[in-house]
Design a protein around this ligand. Structure first.
Ligand code: FB9
Length: 505
């Protein structure tokens, strides 16, 4: 049992209804004891924890002089100083400059106004002259009253409230409060504190000591130790939600674990002409080694070249000389549509021929773009496609509406757009309930026959598709303004740990 514990328990030993106030108790301890009020409160709280004592708090407010308040207490108020100086100047009075000289700029500024208000002085021209013969420095008196209390912390009621708040307004005093406790005996009170055992040990059982030992009560309210464990990055939480939604809509995920593609699959199969600006190094990361792809399906390749050079299936093509070297260039895929193209090709050439399918992909794509608060040179593309007979633009709009409804966007608008691999194409705009504004939320279209026919898909098969990013919805969902707070080495891990589960419903 510590000395303070002993003292506290002893303080209550006199009679069963003895009590003491922690603050008085502490202030009565000899200063060299080195025990503060906080110590007394701390120890009492620990004794209360074991039921030795009961504590009832009481809070009092009091005033404390500021440095300026202590200056005024010592030297008198600014106005008293001004009055004295002006009085001392006799008949001639003082002008502002002289007064500042006499009492200092700060005191002159504050003092002059109060002197006027108290009708201690009057202005004649630019001179200030004393009116009063003598004055009483109320402010100084009030401050001395406040600091005059035996215990400065008991001066809460020394001055009428309005006077005190005037001093406060003049930053001469500040309001403080002190909480202390009235301590009385508790149900477990004893003059000696016996440390309660926290655990039942084998020795206690062997020795039988457990029968007489006082055990600490189990505190079932304590929160267990924060168990660590994994935390999904917000992006992956939204990805998980999108995956669930797309699987619920009957879509299967496409394998997107290969970031390097050939220009053939990333561009040519999508009927994107080799002269298209997106195909130069300003927009695309080309691979230095291995720079060229090893193989593409031969006859399919020739059908793609033919479509680019001469057209077919009702198209006139682009009528340029297709460069095989361009088609073989390896790159970091610029869209997961490169994967869609390969899956559609497989669908067209699988055993048993074409079967209607719904596919989706959510994975990284790379674009050599200038970075800003919402754009990095890589992002996660979400893409969905439906390949089936005689699909229409209505089917595309319906599918897109279903998807976005499931992520909380019910009002959509479609704006005609252009993509090299879809016709018609539409930009998708949605009204975002939290942002309270229309936002561009994606792009979409019907894959061109120039893309589908060379694959060998039956002519009446249509493929509708749409795409969006994962970053934008995640930034909106988790209220992240700058993409650098979402992705990359600057991300605060704490933010990932505390990011709530992503629910869109
Ligand atoms: O994600 C985008 N916006 C978005 C999406 C969702 C959202 O909030 C959700 C509810 C919470 C908020 C915003 N965009 C697409 C629109 C813009 O951000 C745009 O400025 C940036 N886009 C990226 C490309 O930037 C160069 C987003 C990315 C994008 C654009 C197009 C596609 C995919 C991703 C596509 C496609 C496509 C088209 C036809 C056929 C197949 C795929």
């Amino acid at each position: 049992m510590s000395a303070i514990e002993g003292q506290i328990l002893n303080q209550l030993a006199i009679s069963k209804d003895s009590s003491f106030n922690t603050y008085e108790f502490a202030s009565n301890l000899p200063p060299d004891y080195g025990v503060s009020h906080e110590n007394i409160v701390g120890t009492s709280k620990s004794l209360a924890g074991d039921g030795y004592v009961i504590m009832k708090s009481s809070k009092i407010d009091y005033w404390e002089l500021t440095d300026e308040g202590r200056t005024v207490l010592r030297e008198g108020s600014q106005e008293a100083k001004c009055f004295k100086a002006i009085k001392a100047s006799g008949e001639g009075g003082l002008d502002r400059k002289d007064l500042e000289e006499a009492v200092g700029k700060g005191a002159a500024k504050v003092g002059m106004g109060n002197c006027m208000k108290n009708k201690w002085i009057a202005k004649e021209g630019d001179k200030m002259k004393a009116k009063a013969t003598d004055i009483e420095d109320i402010v100084q008196i009030q401050l001395s009253k406040l600091s005059g209390c035996a215990n400065p912390e008991d001066n809460g009621a020394v001055l009428p409230g309005k006077d005190a708040s005037l001093l406060k307004k003049r930053k001469l005093v500040v309001g403080k409060s002190r909480t202390s406790y009235d301590v009385t005996r508790g149900p477990e009170y004893a003059e000696e504190r016996v440390k309660k055992a926290a655990d039942l040990t084998k020795e206690m059982i062997d020795s039988g000591a457990w029968e007489t030992t006082k055990f600490k009560a189990y505190n079932f309210k304590t929160v267990g130790e924060k168990v660590g464990g994994g935390y999904l990055h917000p992006l992956l939480k939204v990805r998980a939600e999108f995956r669930k939604i797309l699987c619920q809509m009957g879509f299967e995920e496409m394998p997107t674990n290969k970031w390097v593609e050939s220009s053939f699959w990333n561009f040519d199969t999508l009927f994107q002409p080799q002269s298209h600006p997106a195909r130069d190094a300003h927009d695309t990361f080309f691979i230095k080694d291995p720079a060229q792809t090893v193989s593409v399906p031969k006859d399919y390749y020739s059908r793609v070249v033919k479509m680019h050079e001469e057209g077919g299936s009702g198209s006139i093509g682009y009528r340029y000389n297709f460069k095989p070297s361009d088609a073989r260039k390896n790159l970091l895929r610029t869209h997961t549509t490169a994967v869609s193209s390969q899956m559609l090709y497989k669908l067209a050439n699988q055993e048993g021929g074409f079967q209607p399918r719904r596919y989706f992909s959510i994975d990284r794509v790379f674009r050599n773009e200038s970075m800003d608060a919402t754009h990095l040179c890589e992002f996660h593309q979400v893409e969905g496609l439906v390949a089936d007979y005689n699909l229409s633009l209505g089917d595309l709009i319906g599918t897109i509406e279903t998807f976005f409804k499931k992520i909380g966007i019910t009002q959509l608008r479609f704006k005609p757009a252009f993509n090299p691999y879809t016709e018609p194409s539409m930009e998708i705009f949605g009204y975002h309930p939290d942002l309270k504004k229309w936002t561009e939320i994606g792009n979409s279209g019907m894959f061109r026959p120039e893309m589908l026919a060379p694959m060998g898909l039956p002519p009446n098969v249509r493929v509708i598709a749409w795409g969006l990013s994962l970053e934008r919805p995640t930034m909106i969902k988790y209220r992240i303004k700058n993409i650098r707070d979402l992705f990359g080495h600057k991300v605060e891990l704490a933010r990932t740990k505390t990011a709530p589960v992503c629910r869109f419903d």
